[in-house]
Design a binder for this molecule. Structure first.
Ligand code: SF4
Ligand code: SF4
Length: 87
């Protein structure tokens, strides 16, 4: 019996939205943490917001819309890089 070896699939790096928290503007109210439907955001022991599970972000922008201080920004995931250069 001949076992045909399959060509390994090229791994494409997983892309997810980029979450930026402007700590100078953030007053640690926790609104963004409470409204995130995917539990992406969390607060550390000092009350600072951080993206605990950025890979779960669906870019719904609820956190941005609810933040009273414009202290959080979410950018859509960019298409995965193929490594090919454009001419
Ligand atoms: S964009 Fe939506 S899913 Fe992503 S961190 Fe904000 S509230 Fe959560
Ligand atoms: S809603 Fe805005 S100000 Fe409140 S914790 Fe989140 S980022 Fe900070």
């Amino acid at each position: 019996m001949v076992v045909k070896k399959e060509k390994p699939q090229e791994k494409i790096p997983e892309q997810h939205p980029q979450i930026t928290i402007f700590s100078d503007w953030c007053k640690s109210c926790g609104i963004c943490v409470a409204f995130c439907p995917k539990e992406v955001l969390s607060m550390d022991e000092n009350g600072r917001v951080f993206a605990k599970h950025p890979e779960k972000c669906i870019a719904c922008h609820m956190c941005e819309l609810r933040c009273p201080d414009f202290a959080i920004n979410v950018e859509e995931a960019k298409p995965a890089e193929t490594g090919e250069e454009k001419q």
